[in-house]
Write a protein that binds this ligand. Sequence first.
Ligand code: PHB
Length: 414
Amino acid sequence: MNARGSAHSRRSGVGVTRRGLLAATIGGSATALAGRLGRPFGVPAVLGASTGPVKVGVLLPYSKVYQQLGDDITSGMVLYFEGVKFGAGGRSITMIREDEEIDPQVALRKGRKLIENDNVDIISGLVASPSAVAIRDVVHNSKTLFLIANAGANVMTRARRSPYIFRVSFSNWQTSYPMGKWFYDNIARSCLVGAADYAAGHEDVDAFKASYLAAGGKVVAEVYPPLNNTDYGPYVTQMQKAKPEAIFVFFAGSDAARFVIQAAAFGLFKDARLAGPGFLVEEDVLPAQGRNALGAYSSLHWALTLQTPENLAFTRAYRARWQRDATVYAMQGYDTARVIVEALNATGGDTTNKSKLVEAVANVRFTSPRGPISFDPETHNVIQTVYVRQVREVGNTIHNVVFGNLGVFKDPGA
Ligand code: PHB
């Protein structure tokens, strides 16, 4: 557990002591057993279904390229849960956190541990697409409610969707497809595309290309550095050789910070305009990128500077609680916690009747800091607005400013 991780535990009381965990686990097993065996005779429904805390397994990266993303999602969740005093539907809520390490094997082992040993009622989190895919079957077979707080792997709400899986964040298609036509109409008729070389990077680029090429755009070259990379020099040189007038690239976390800083140092942005899914220049990496990112265009379902009452309330509360700006990841964590709370309120805290719990989540809809959201009844992927943003100076700071609305998007589901 990293330093910020332990700070979460200390400040919020989220961390569980060994004895507390044992008690909670025993309580959870008893509840699960009662659920499996049917309610013991004479035990009122409410008691039979709702003893002990609701255990939320939080499986996130707390190390490597996406560490900050995991920290931000956790901070967002804690902020929302604190607002309801870590309780909903008459029960208290406990978070049990594990590091997915951006490794599908680790994600699977930790996912199993949360479901089989800790008997969590709900799994949430997952940042990296391959990690989310890795735990899909164990979640589905155990009928554990799974709320994805980031990982965009399209397949999770398409061919491998499950009644128990909902995505609060986005599908990889959803963040990049809307940008292709806009980019052709407003930025460049030809461009270079690139991404971290793994599932999410390729899905983002493919989605962008689908609408960019259909509009008439031309892709002059494609470049795919590895995920969790440090030296972008050779890749930037490759990009410069293609002499693109613009580039559309997917990088996130420390990859995004390093790519933008190094590409700027090589002079790539003197001739090529920079664009990508909003993670590329999101508020977690902007302080490090600074002026190197000025002018970058991006598509995303949120921005720090969205001037809605819900976003102003969220961004102010987040800054007051954590002394730093919110990010899209923090917002996704905050909304994931809200979905959990609203669903538990709807079931009166019952987590044993899985079809009721699923129905309660499916019916959750609210005005999030990002705008109105709901779940697609068919795919369980979030339906939301996608914005166009540009990195600009705002007073003496640098932020993503929304200057366009691409519309409301739901994943095509196939
Ligand atoms: C993903 O792996 O699905 C992923 C990771 C980080 C992001 C977006 C998507 O910022």
